[in-house]
Design a protein around this ligand. Structure first.
Ligand SMILES: Cc1cc2nc3c(=O)[nH]c(=O)nc-3n(C[C@H](O)[C@H](O)[C@H](O)COP(=O)(O)OP(=O)(O)OC[C@H]3O[C@@H](n4cnc5c(N)ncnc54)[C@H](O)[C@@H]3O)c2cc1C
Length: 433
């Protein structure tokens, strides 16, 4: 292991992939997460592993990264992906006017699409609005982020990363203009200092406020763009349904396990921990979703939630038009503070590319000679065997017989192989020891 000590703040999709990339290259890495797994935006999103088609008309960089990572993440973590596919549908003449722009955008981003006859697609997706005028098939998928992040952290832990959940970075250790580590507070109130040669701030929507408050760093300007999603407790389509137009409110329905998630809205918040969800947005989403799938109007919205996009501010005031691409900030250059860098923006779907880029940056900073190999490393997700039950019982310090009973009891209650709540929860507990 390299003697370079790195602390990563935040174990969302970005920080967890960075931790895995660093650990797999031999860095001594510790990740600190103030909440539990998927406590941030990575647990409050649509659930898509994007093909990039959604951004093909407005954001070529994000579209290209998405199609690349869509293939890689499907290969290294198949246990958390459902290959739903996606459809872009035109419902009126205005939607039809986007056809050429959509086709050209997908072509230049390298996203394979197929134009399908409306009648043919209605045979396969009978709940779609019968009036559709055009439809395109794209390689969108869904991803179980709890499994994805748990498996990233379990893999990193096996590569000797240290993982602290429910532990908050409350301050930084500083000598002159250089950050030398972080001060953390665990759930039971215990405070301790962790020394680091470099701190990576990947705390998502919290990234700017955290280092502004504690270090006076002002170079990261973010747009905190919240989005609400409404969930109906029934699945109507095999595929993710998008409206054929530039990304806008209420233009997507994601079938997630047995549910339909209707998204989304975009409104600016000041504090990602304190904002209200407008009830009118829920009715709006249900109405907009039912334009694509009329049956959505006939079921109650069972629950709703909102997440905050950690977008990099641009001169563009409209957060819908802000890029979904990411940026790395070297604070020694932007703020004259050494020992800390930040990464902001991107998407869960592009977390591998984001991690590779920032760890390449770290590699150059420390004159190392490492290369990312995460595109070839299958993430650790154990199936239940005598060996893994042994490992789990030891790691969780519980009786092996009891563990087998819990697993057997829960296996009859799974929704599908993709979603085995109790088993996933047990795996995640292995991160605490
Ligand atoms: C409405 C909506 C829909 C979306 N849909 C999709 C989609 O379908 N597909 C897709 O790919 N992307 C989607 N995104 C974007 C995607 O969810 C985010 O880009 C991604 O989850 C961000 O990951 P992250 O790790 O940067 O942030 P987070 O997941 O928020 O992780 C940051 C972590 O830092 C922790 N933290 C903060 N402060 C501290 C501290 N002081 N100490 C320790 N830890 C700290 C937080 O608890 C949090 O867990 C969507 C976003 C929104 C808002």
């Amino acid at each position: 292991m390299s003697s370079t000590k790195i602390v990563v703040i935040g174990a969302g999709s970005t920080g967890s992939f960075i931790t895995h990339d660093l650990a797999s290259r031999g860095f001594d890495v510790t990740v600190i997460e103030r909440g539990n797994i998927i406590g941030g935006t990575s647990g409050k999103f649509h659930g898509m592993l994007h093909s990039g088609a959604r951004y093909a008309m407005t954001d070529t960089a994000a579209a290209k990264e998405s199609i690349l990572d869509n293939k890689v993440i499907s290969d290294i973590a198949p246990f958390c992906i459902e290959n739903t596919e996606g459809l872009f549908v035109a419902l009126n003449d205005e939607d039809l006017s986007f056809q050429e722009k959509f086709e050209n955008g997908c072509k230049s981003a390298g996203i394979p699409i197929e134009n399908i006859e409306p009648n043919k697609i209605l045979d396969e997706e009978p709940f779609l609005n019968k009036k559709i005028k055009a439809a395109y098939l794209v390689p969108d998928k869904t991803i179980n982020s709890f499994r994805f992040i748990t498996s990233l952290l379990l893999t990193a832990k096996r590569e000797s990363a240290k993982v602290y959940l429910n532990t908050e970075v409350v301050d930084f250790i500083k000598e002159g203009n250089t950050v030398k580590g972080v001060r953390v507070k665990s759930q039971n109130g215990e405070i301790k200092d962790i020394a680091a040669d470099l701190v990576i701030n990947s705390s998502g929507a919290w990234a700017s406020n955290l280092i502004n408050n504690k270090l006076g760093i002002t170079s990261i300007e973010m747009i905190l763009s919240a989005g609400t999603m409404a969930v109906i407790n029934r699945r109507f389509t095999k595929r993710i349904i998008n409206r054929l137009r530039e990304p806008s409110d209420g233009d997507i329905v994601v079938p997630f396990f047995n549910d339909s998630i209707i998204g989304t809205t975009a409104f600016i918040v000041d504090d990602p921990d304190k904002f209200d969800i407008d009830r009118d947005d829920i009715s709006f989403l249900q109405k907009a979703g039912s334009e694509m799938i009329p049956a959505l109007a006939t079921y109650p919205v069972q629950r709703y939630y909102a997440g905050v996009r950690p977008l990099v501010a641009t001169e563009n005031e409209d957060s819908r038009k802000a890029s979904r691409d990411f940026r790395i900030f070297d604070h020694s250059k932007t703020d004259n503070i050494n020992g800390i860098i930040s990464i902001v923006g991107g998407k869960l779907s592009t977390s591998r590319i984001m991690a590779k880029n920032i760890v390449d940056f770290v590699n150059d900073k420390f004159n190392m000679n490492t290369k990312s190999n995460t595109e070839n490393i299958k993430l650790y997700w154990p199936s239940i065997t005598a060996e893994t039950v042994d490992e789990m019982a030891k790691s969780l310090s519980i009786d092996k017989g009891l563990l087998i009973e819990i697993i057997n009891e829960s296996s009859g209650r799974t929704y599908s192989d993709m979603y085995s709540g109790v088993k996933d929860f047990l795996y995640s507990r292995m991160l605490f020891n």
